[in-house]
Design a protein. Structure first.
Length: 354
């Protein structure tokens, strides 16, 4: 499947903590309390120095600071970590994804001088962004983005479209140009799906006590709907998950993903099956836990074993073999299958400054 020496991209979840509570994020219960099974952790510079060998850093072309469960700016050592990566490999491209509503403006100024790009998840304007990006402050986000851009940072605006913000897409695009964002990316959510991967018309949002707050809806404007929903209609998903030809995107682009707790996966799409809301109801959750037990936890976690031994060892071999047998993971078929291929509809081309 992989050869460690061929890996040139790595996604690192520097922290699985977050200041926000987005209703469709797997780290919380419908915008409410954090899922109780999530083992909260943030990387330190010391962790990076122990786990990322200099030779591995030197072979990397891209380092993406993002995560399944958290915001990388929740990691207090993010600036010294980025400085360390650049010191070892000045040519490596470093990008970060954030909601932008945390830390001081000076931190964004400092990061602009180190990393190659930052994507800000801003899903609306002052009157709508907080509906999905719960507990974030629009004014603070804009001030932090301004600081990053003013210091020479390459910033992109990622905008997930819902019914409540679809009327503001072009106004937000215009604002992004005024603020000198380098790019404005419209994101078409694929998360209005139930446990059976069936399209749903709404999602009830909860507070941290589990009480109902309000409801969010997918966009009514068809140009903002994720096309993969159409591929889900009139299909036997059970049969599709069993028969789909899986073409792993992570393998294709030579990338690995490392979670905040140290678990190494080909991609974050598998990681989000582990602790996410209702994870115990997903077949994938049980299978991944069985797979991990089979190879041994130490052969999955880079805090206990080297990244090279994990990638070249039984864990990645087991995942590869699952693509062609009857014990495959539904997530692999859903994200990288030959017909649905959800990842192809969601991904935005990444651009950055040299």
């Amino acid at each position: 499947m992989y050869n460690f020496n061929s890996i040139n991209k790595v996604q690192i979840e520097l922290s699985n903590r977050c200041n926000a509570s987005c209703p469709q994020c797997v780290r919380n219960l419908y915008g409410g309390a954090t899922v109780p099974t999530l083992p909260l952790n943030s990387w330190t510079l010391s962790d990076i120095k122990k786990i990322f060998t200099k030779s591995f850093i030197e072979q990397l072309q891209y380092i993406y600071l993002c995560g399944t469960y958290g915001d990388p700016l929740m990691c207090k050592d993010i600036i010294p970590i980025c400085n360390y990566f650049k010191k070892i490999n000045p040519k490596v491209v470093i990008g970060a994804h954030t909601n932008g509503s945390l830390r001081k403006k000076s931190d964004y100024t400092d990061l602009a001088k180190i990393i190659n790009f930052m994507a800000f998840g801003i899903d609306g304007l002052s009157d709508t962004n907080h509906i999905y990006r719960k507990h974030t402050n629009f004014s603070k986000i804009i001030e932090n983005a301004k600081a990053f851009i003013a210091a020479g940072g390459y910033a992109e605006w990622d905008y997930i479209v819902f019914r409540h913000n679809q009327h503001q897409v072009e106004e937000a695009r215009a604002l992004s140009e005024t603020l000198k964002f380098a790019k404005f990316n419209v994101k078409k959510t694929s998360r209005f799906l139930n446990k059976k991967h069936e399209y749903t018309e709404s999602l009830d949002v909860q507070d941290r006590n589990g009480s109902y707050q309000y409801t969010i809806f997918p966009p009514t404007n068809k140009k903002y709907l994720n096309k993969q929903y159409a591929n889900l209609k009139n299909k036997s998903l059970t049969k599709y998950f069993k028969d789909a030809c899986i073409k792993c995107n992570a393998k294709k682009i030579k990338e690995i993903y490392i979670g905040a707790e140290g678990l190494v996966f080909p991609c974050g799409w598998l990681h989000d099956r582990l602790y996410g809301f209702e994870s115990e109801s997903h077949n994938d959750n049980k299978k991944i836990l069985q797979f991990m037990k089979r190879v041994g936890y130490s052969n999955v976690n880079c805090f206990q074993n080297s990244i090279q031994e994990i990638v070249d060892g039984p864990w990645f071999e087991l995942l590869k073999n699952s693509w062609t047998n009857n014990n495959r993971l539904e997530r692999c078929a859903m994200m990288c299958g030959d017909t649905i291929n959800t990842i192809g509809e969601q991904n935005v081309n990444v651009s950055y400054k040299d």
